[in-house]
Design a protein around this ligand. Structure first.
Ligand code: PBG
Length: 331
């Protein structure tokens, strides 16, 4: 088949809005969105995050109000991250498996208020709980150990599941943690608790504002390159995904989002499993910065980026812009 002009004019179907809508290959809806939220201590507390203009940490009561807002907007799931008080951070991150930690308080309060109306995703990694800001336990040379860390992550995951979390999302990049968490969930009777694995998570410069939000940025010395992936690698991401699916992940995540669209595409083509992108804090900050300096329109930039994730193969996206996007989409 050879297309030739003027028999074929690709502009014909673009000439009017009704036709553009009719020929649209990919669509967005509020149901594609997962809203990450930061939990802090206290009551009636809202603390704006300076490097994420428009994003705040909320105490548990405020988190419940955000969950209600998400339901009203048609957003199916929220993701929780704690800003652990400094006196509860330790070398071993033991607060991660305290059944009364901020995360568990928030999960229970949301589930009491909203039940099945919204999904609650909880992050598994030790960085919001350690005094050194790394995602795992350190040996005496400062190396993040794998197997000892996995044992603690299992305790953390079970603690969250027992509080009522619907989806466990390990973001730590230890080897073998999906199998260990899946087995513990099965043995604990949590058969329907999902695992959304941060399967291809890169050692990225786009996480800065997040580390401010959870309070680990100032504590972190060095980097996370001995466990998070090298941004130069794509084949390796497919191996990570293959392992995590085999070990029991229900869905996989690619993170950050926009700089890794090729990875999203390859994962979807190769494995045909549900893939999610995390449009991370630095990506949010870039859109807000563009709006502030007049380099672009926030809403238009946001919609273009979100549709790119869908086009590449995503089932959905984690984005701090979720409520903004849901409003644009009429949720
Ligand atoms: C923790 C974690 C990070 C993010 C999500 N979970 C930071 C990191 O790995 O240092 C980043 C999210 C964002 O930047 O929005 N393991």
């Amino acid at each position: 088949m050879t297309a030739s002009y003027p028999n074929t004019r690709l502009r014909r179907t673009r000439a009017s809005d009704w036709s553009r809508r009719l020929h649209r290959e990919t669509t967005l809806s509020p149901a594609d969105l997962i809203w990450p939220l930061f939990v802090t201590s206290g009551d009636g507390v809202e603390e704006p995050v300076t490097s994420l203009p428009g994003v705040s940490r909320w105490s548990v009561d405020g988190i419940v109000a955000r969950a209600q807002e998400a339901i009203d907007l048609g957003i199916p799931m929220i993701a929780l991250f704690p800003n652990t008080p400094p006196n509860k951070r330790s070398d071993d991150g033991a607060e991660a498996h305290n059944p009364d930690n901020l995360m568990c308080q928030a999960i229970k309060a949301i589930k009491d208020a909203c039940g099945e109306e919204i999904g609650v995703l909880t992050d598994v990694a030790l960085d919001p709980y350690t005094s050194h800001g790394q995602d795992g336990l350190l040996d005496d040379k400062g190396y993040v150990t794998n197997d000892d860390t996995v044992a603690v992550l299992v305790d953390q995951a079970i603690n969250q599941a027992e509080a009522g979390a619907d989806v466990i999302a390990p973001s730590d990049m230890m080897d073998g943690r999906i199998r260990a968490i899946r087995m513990a969930l099965e043995m604990g009777g949590h058969h329907n608790v999902q695992i959304m694995s941060y399967a291809a998570k890169y050692a990225s410069a786009f996480y800065g504002p997040f580390r401010d939000a959870v309070g680990s940025g100032g504590l972190l010395k060095g980097n996370k390159k001995s466990y998070q992936m090298d941004p130069a690698n794509g084949d390796e991401a497919l191996r990570e995904v293959e392992f995590d699916i085999a070990e029991g992940a229900d869905s996989v995540m690619v993170k950050p989002g926009l700089a890794y669209l090729d990875i999203i595409y390859r994962v979807k083509q190769r494995f045909n499993v549900p893939v999610f992108a995390y449009q991370v804090s630095g990506e949010y900050a870039m859109i807000e910065a563009a709006q502030t300096v007049g380099a672009g329109d926030r809403n238009a930039l946001l919609m273009e980026k979100l549709i790119a994730f869908k086009r590449a193969g995503c089932s959905g996206m984690l984005t701090y812009h979720a409520p903004v996007a849901a409003k644009i989409l009429g949720g």
